[in-house]
Design a binder for this molecule. Structure first.
Ligand SMILES: Nc1ncnc2c1ncn2[C@@H]1O[C@H](COP(=O)(O)OP(=O)(O)OP(=O)(O)O)[C@@H](O)[C@H]1O
Length: 255
């Protein structure tokens, strides 16, 4: 049994006048601790698939299992990190990080201590009492990561979490997120438009075609790249070859 199992997902959105089939025949599995990415043309259904995995959208057909069980959003098995940090501006960083635990009624002193440690580990010591507006964009995304991890989700969904950041901050956060998730042994799914980011961070890259979204091709990342940090992977000789291969394939999918 795989850790995350996606089986024959089809999804159609029904609006007033029409039906849009966003996803067709999507099946794959992810083992515990693996990091995978979705790449594909705009509108190929990447975000729809994340919402289905999160249990926020019920697929028209098919199912998602985490450790053999269906996903129930209230049980918070899935953590979601987005392009915007969505921190509450009137709450301190610590209050924001602990919010999920408080809502779930599981904010014990040990979890509070662990959340503080998490802020420290991801390079945000001493910001607990600050408001989000007092932090830079990169620091806010770190805080958003801490909030997502504080709930100890089984699977992390990352929907373009670095796309609003400047390039240098983005590279730093790629390394930080990769090291943090590896250290915690978390399973993660990243949606990105950045081929380099997908190669540098993942164990496997799923390339989607559109209308409707299908898995077009799966790229296994070579072990020599997986052993490196994302920054070092971007500078390895294997990286350029794989980048060109995925780029060519992606171009052939553009309308
Ligand atoms: N709520 C909705 N109602 C109707 N159609 C929708 C809805 N959400 C998405 N769609 C359609 O489903 C398809 C897939 O959309 P989705 O946002 O999942 O794609 P995406 O790959 O994440 O796109 P992008 O890369 O631009 O973010 C698109 O044709 C989109 O217009």
């Amino acid at each position: 049994m795989s850790f995350l199992q996606i089986t024959e997902i089809h999804h159609t959105y029904f609006t007033k006048n029409m039906a849009v089939t966003a996803l067709c025949d999507i099946s794959f599995s992810v083992e515990e601790g693996e990091f995978i990415s979705f790449l594909g043309p705009s509108g190929c259904g990447k975000t729809t698939l994340l919402s289905i995995i999160a249990g926020l959208v019920e697929p028209t057909l098919g199912h998602v299992l985490v450790k053999g069980n269906p996903v129930i959003p209230e049980e918070r098995q899935i953590g979601y990190m987005l392009q915007q940090d969505y921190l509450f501006p009137w709450k301190t960083i610590e209050e924001n990080v602990l919010l999920g635990l408080k809502l779930a009624g599981t904010c014990t002193p040990e979890k509070k201590k662990a959340a503080r440690q998490l802020l420290y580990d991801i390079g945000l010591p001493g910001v607990e009492k600050k408001l989000p507006k007092q932090l830079s964009g990169g620091m806010r995304q770190r805080a958003a990561l801490a909030r997502t991890l504080a709930a100890d989700p089984k699977v992390l969904l990352l929907d373009e979490p670095f796309s609003a950041l400047d390039y240098q901050t983005k590279l730093k956060l790629e390394d930080l997120v990769s090291a943090t998730l590896k250290g915690l042994g978390k399973t993660a799914v990243l949606v990105t438009h950045d081929i380099g980011e997908a190669i540098a961070m993942s164990d496997r890259v799923y390339l989607f075609s559109s209308s409707p979204g299908r898995i077009h091709r799966v790229f296994e990342i070579p072990d020599e790249l997986k052993a490196l940090t994302p920054f070092d992977a971007r500078n390895h000789e294997c990286y350029g070859k794989l980048f060109k291969e995925i780029w060519k394939e992606l171009e052939s999918l553009e309308p």
